[in-house]
Design a protein around this ligand. Structure first.
Ligand SMILES: [Fe+2]
Length: 231
């Protein structure tokens, strides 16, 4: 008996360590997205060129994203909501006509936090075999997925967002308008593309489809998506 324990103890120990590292990394990803800390980018703005120009990212991140963040802080200052994270604020204010401003700003901070995470200058668009299989299982083929995603981007009327969300053991495409967000409905988003005009008009003018196609081809952060999916 003692001999068997000696044989299995090391592999079990290694597996436990790997499992705990994996779990803490994933939880950290979600905590960052839902945190009320000042949003930060994981890369230099200029590294998103040529997908997005520095001028466009300056305006989008500094003016729009941080603008929503500062507005949210001022709206919840000295209220019980100041002690909540973004997900809790969104859940507590959704559907409350007296708290529409708070909901909109909190949702926009969350949506943009995930948006910048959904982009990477490091091997963007590169699919691991596991992520590719998940896409094929959910949509039939990678080509069909890209067509559906780009169609979803062009179908959003006015301002909004195109998401990949967890659906059972697979993933699904979802669109929302204005500030609306899947977490208000208890859904679990893993990737999002901002299709408000402020996100693409400087670089792509009216061509929202080209913006979505470029995102999928070279900039989408599939590693992040897979980490969140396997939490
Ligand atoms: Fe935006």
């Amino acid at each position: 008996m003692k001999k068997i324990w000696h044989i299995i103890a090391l592999p079990v120990f290694v597996l436990l360590i790997l499992f705990s590292i994996g779990c803490s990394g994933n939880k950290e990803d979600l905590k960052q997205i839902e945190s009320l800390r000042k949003p930060v980018l994981d890369y230099q703005k200029k590294m998103l060129t040529p997908f997005l120009s520095t001028k466009a990212v300056d305006c989008h991140y500094d003016k729009h994203h941080l603008g929503y963040y500062e507005q949210l802080l001022s709206l919840i200052s000295n209220t019980p909501l100041a002690h909540n994270d973004l997900r809790e604020i969104i859940e507590k204010t959704k559907g409350d006509s007296k708290k529409v401003k708070i909901f909109n700003n909190a949702a926009q901070v969350y949506n943009h936090n995930l948006f910048w995470k959904s982009i990477t200058p490091y091997k963007g668009g590169k699919l691991s075999p596991e992520m590719k299989q998940l896409i094929v299982n959910s949509f039939g083929s990678y080509e069909r997925f890209t067509q559906l995603f780009v169609d979803a981007c062009t179908s959003v009327f006015g301002s909004g967002w195109v998401w990949l969300i967890r659906q059972g053991t697979g993933i699904e495409i979802m669109t929302t308008s204005n500030a609306d967000t899947p977490i208000a409905y208890g859904l679990e988003p893993i990737i999002v593309l901002d299709v408000w005009e402020h996100s693409y008009y400087l670089d792509y003018q009216h061509n929202r489809a080209a913006y979505a196609e470029t995102f999928l081809a070279h900039w989408v952060n599939w590693d992040y998506a897979y980490r969140v999916l396997t939490q």
